[in-house]
Design a protein. Structure first.
Length: 150
């Protein structure tokens, strides 16, 4: 029996985005936690609320009630209002490890969010195709929310 390993590119996922927000770093960080948590929604606008426990080791998960749900990640690091980092399977129900980082800084009266999602494992093609659109939608909602809260 002969077995081969898949190409490394087929096992990895990397998404980098920069989001400029015309709001303070504190307001932007709060909007980010709201959007990743209770105000999360799919790109079609349908609600998909999640729970974010914003402390080291806290969970990021979808609570379906009655003890049902879907674990997304743990908070790996948090330093308000400049960093939140997650590690876990996210929306993938496969052997996979993901790291999601949000680094926030202030530049010229705006907040700059540097986002990086790195994944490794059995990343399915459907996830590779949809992840950029999904993160882009979430980030646009964060921007709108933060700018509306100024």
């Amino acid at each position: 029996m002969t077995s081969t390993l898949p190409e490394i590119e087929s096992l990895t996922l990397t998404v980098n985005q920069e989001i400029r927000v015309r709001a303070s770093i504190e307001v932007t960080f709060a909007a980010l936690l709201e959007q990743l948590g209770p105000l999360n929604e799919r790109p079609d606008g349908s609600p998909m609320p999640l729970v974010v426990e914003p402390w080291p080791g806290g969970r990021w998960f979808r609570d379906l009630g009655d003890g049902n749900g879907h674990f997304w990640a743990h908070v790996q690091a948090i330093k308000r209002p400049t960093l939140i980092e997650f590690c876990g399977p996210l929306f993938m129900s496969h052997p996979v490890a993901n790291n999601v980082q949000y680094r926030l800084s202030e530049e010229n009266g705006e907040t700059l969010i540097k986002f990086c999602h790195s994944g490794f494992g059995l990343v399915q093609e459907e996830h590779k195709k949809g992840v950029v659109t999904g993160w882009g939608y979430i980030h646009e909602q964060v921007r709108k929310r933060a700018e509306g809260l100024r």
